[in-house]
Write a protein that binds this ligand. Sequence first.
Ligand code: AR6
Length: 169
Amino acid sequence: MGKIIVEQGDITTYDVDAIVNAANASLLGGGGVDGAIHRAAGPGLVEECRMLGGCRTGEAKITGGHDLKARYVIHTVGPVWHGGDDGEAEKLELCYNNALQLAAAHDCRTIAFPSISTGVYGFPADKAARIAITTVRHLLPGLPAIDSVYMVAFSRDAEALLNHALKEG
Ligand code: AR6
């Protein structure tokens, strides 16, 4: 069965089959990890994204990786945190679920995720880490072709939260 690997790093440098982007509904780029991915992938990425017609919260769409080492970018739109009573947890779970299923459908064996929604969208990082790990862990037995899922934390603090969630399970 595939394994979950928590690391601190810059997801744009990952040499994996697919990296996941924490995008917005337009899919036309933005700040944070989205901006970094678009800068590293080059202008071909936004051109391809223009043809996708946006993406709803919790959904995922796939493009090529362009100038990235990754073969694909899987774009998903996390929920904006509104206090926790607006279905945020379920929507975040959907992001991980849909992104991983889409990766598997494209024969990806190695996938890297950022901590979706924990930047501009304000999702509490501890809760988000638990949802990320739990969701991926539940899916892996049903997706035997997936070999490694990297959970890439941008900060040491985020890495510690993910490691804590990994040990809890
Ligand atoms: N590698 C890995 N993680 C990163 C990187 C990187 N290069 N850069 C940032 N992070 P955010 P969101 C982490 O704000 O909260 C954009 O403008 C960051 O530390 O990128 O889902 C979109 O266009 C944080 O932990 O995404 C949307 O409008 C995590 O990635 C909006 O932000 C997510 O932070 C989406 O907000």
